[in-house]
Ligand binder design. Structure first.
Ligand code: NAG
Ligand code: NAG
Ligand code: NAG
Length: 267
């Protein structure tokens, strides 16, 4: 134990805060005496007396003291909150606080004094049609850029060039930023189209011919039949005429050449 009186006078004279009058690694008591500090990992249990030195106690679990001190309480250890994207890189000891670090895939959003991170967030993903320009680090988020022309990215990670359809394929759908070109079998598709078109054409042709033929027959019947007959009579006679044309098997007889000639002229 040592009086700091001489020192205190000196301190006041040079306007230094009280307490600095003890030597380094000493702390000052309220009455102006100086006591030796406790080491890291411990705090003061009892101040020194003229007969004995400072009595210190070690910090208990969950607390620490990282410097020589004249304090009576250890500091509580900080915790690394997983919900804030942090984990304990180094556990708390009696002489040092927990050291938190950013969980993989996260970046620090609240950095203290350029070293300690208080909170972190997940790296963001790039949108489809974009790709990762620079991967995120512990300090920075992902940066993205749009896919270059002629390429696509469905997931927003990498861009791939559009597929070029081969010679015996046709481009069913052009590519865009998010999806590839769609190629189809050229021959197969085309043959189907042609087949359907031919069938439709033939059906239309047959339909037209039959329609024209029936119209022509009706006109002939009108000219031959009794002009004054009522509609129902006309129909009946047309019906008779029609049945007379049916062959023995009940099938329509083939129209004669004279009957088809005006049709051919029409076409
Ligand atoms: C910290 O302590 C916990 C248990 O208390 C242990 O599981 C973990 O591995 C320790 N971490 C380090 C970095 O030593
Ligand atoms: C993206 O490209 C990089 C480098 O070319 C490659 O290492 C990575 O596996 C690719 N990722 C995906 C999801 O295709
Ligand atoms: C790209 O094409 C796909 C399918 O072909 C379609 O679903 C999507 O909407 C298109 N995206 C754009 C941006 O045109």
């Amino acid at each position: 134990m040592r009086r700091s009186l001489f020192c205190a006078v000196l301190c006041v004279s040079v306007l230094v805060t009280p307490g600095t009058c003890c030597l380094s690694k000493e702390y000052e008591l309220p009455d102006g005496w100086c006591c030796p500090m406790c080491h890291e990992g411990s705090v003061v249990k009892r101040d020194c007396t003229p007969q004995s030195g400072t009595r210190c106690v070690p910090c208990v679990d969950g607390t620490y003291m990282n410097r020589p001190n004249g304090l009576t309480k250890c500091f509580p250890c900080s915790s690394c909150d997983q919900g804030r994207g942090l984990f304990a890189k180094q556990n708390c000891t009696s002489t040092s606080d927990t050291v938190c670090d950013v969980i993989a895939g996260h970046f620090c959003t609240d950095l203290i004094e350029d070293k300690e991170c208080r909170s972190a967030s997940r790296h963001s993903d790039c949108k489809p049609g974009h790709r990762v320009k620079e991967r995120g680090t512990r300090r920075t988020d992902t940066t993205c850029e749009p896919c270059p022309a002629g390429s696509f990215s469905p997931e927003g990670v990498n861009c791939s060039l559009w597929t070029t359809c081969s010679e015996n394929q046709v481009e069913v759908k052009g590519g865009n930023l998010t999806s590839d070109t769609v190629c189809g079998a050229a021959s197969g598709g085309l043959y189907w189209l042609i087949a359907v078109a031919v069938v439709v054409l033939v059906m239309v042709l047959i339909g037209t011919l039959v329609g024209l033929w029936i119209k022509r027959r009706n006109q002939e019947n009108q000219q031959q039949g009794p002009g004054s007959s009522v509609a129902s009579g006309e129909e009946a006679s047309a019906c008779l005429q029609e049945s007379s044309r049916l062959g023995p098997q009940g099938m329509l007889s083939v129209p004669s050449e004279e009957e088809l000639l005006p049709l051919a002229r029409l076409l």
